[in-house]
Design a protein around this ligand. Sequence first.
Ligand SMILES: [Zn+2]
Length: 376
Amino acid sequence: MWTLASESTAGDAAPVAARYFAASGGARARSATLSLGDAPGTLLLSLTDDATTRDIPVRELDASERFVAATRTVQLAGGDMLEIDDGRALSRLLTAAGNPDAIVTRWQHSKRAALTALIITIVLAIAGYRWGLPVAADFLAHHTSNDLAALIDRAALAQLDHQTDLTKSRLDTATQDRLRQKFSELTLSLPPAQPVSLVFRRMGNVANAFALPGGTIIVLDGLVNMAPNDDAVLGVLAHELGHVEHRHGLRTLFRSAAVSALAAWYFGDFSSLATVTATLTQLNYSREFEAEADSAALLQMQRHHIDPRQLAELFRRIRDQGGIAAPPKDEATSPEERKEKPGKRWSIPDFLSTHPDIDRRIERFERAGRVSAGKV
Ligand SMILES: [Zn+2]
């Protein structure tokens, strides 16, 4: 009755049994078979009872059921209809005939489905940004070699020295040596694999300190000068070591880099990648990271018998002075002007980056100090 199409295209697309309903025939079903037609892109419909056949271009088919495995109805041009129980076989037949089923096409044409797809895409994008990106960034941060981290630090420090108002420290050698010695004692309880180093710089009277991603900790003269004693400075260093230990710098850096890379990919604007370098020198940790660094600092201070109340006192002095002394104001407004005067570009990272929380932090270190003093 029906003939198979050329062997080369027939493949495993076997003929499919169908029930045929003529538009003029009411509800009477006639037994039929659907198979590949001789001409490309056609199917051959063969009616069993009277041996008539009909060529049907696949593009005229309208396979309306979306579940492949279920019984599917196929609308034919002119109002005729087929019912096919073996949905999978029909799919194979349509694919072999050059129409990879109508499901996807129909789905794309459905407004509701398109809207659903759009919403799912947005939700996935947000979820990826909110959860996937930090997880990926954290994974990278924890698998970054010390060599690479050290390289990042060197580049960042060079950039800071070159493009900001950082200058050579004016602290006397004895003070530097003493702090270095105490710092190295402090680092003894860190994981041995983590390299750390201490660098002294000056920026006017700015009292601040910050850690670079690879473990380089920069202390500004202003901080040492404002501290009531070495314990307060060590408290700050312990806080910065907390950032290093928990890889906050690398994690922040990779998150920012990923966002920039995504933006570059999406908007086709690769200039945003340049901001990654800027991020290196302007690390602004999340409150979560700050709290974690404070916790790490408290632990270290406890281990090394450093009184947290000295750190609280340093905080108090900085607060009473009206916060960190503002860095020299950048008069330049346009990026071009900034390029011409790179020495003026600066933003304060870390240590006091959670400035509004300073009262809470004072209270936390005060309380911890009272508790440990009570134990002694
Ligand atoms: Zn911090």
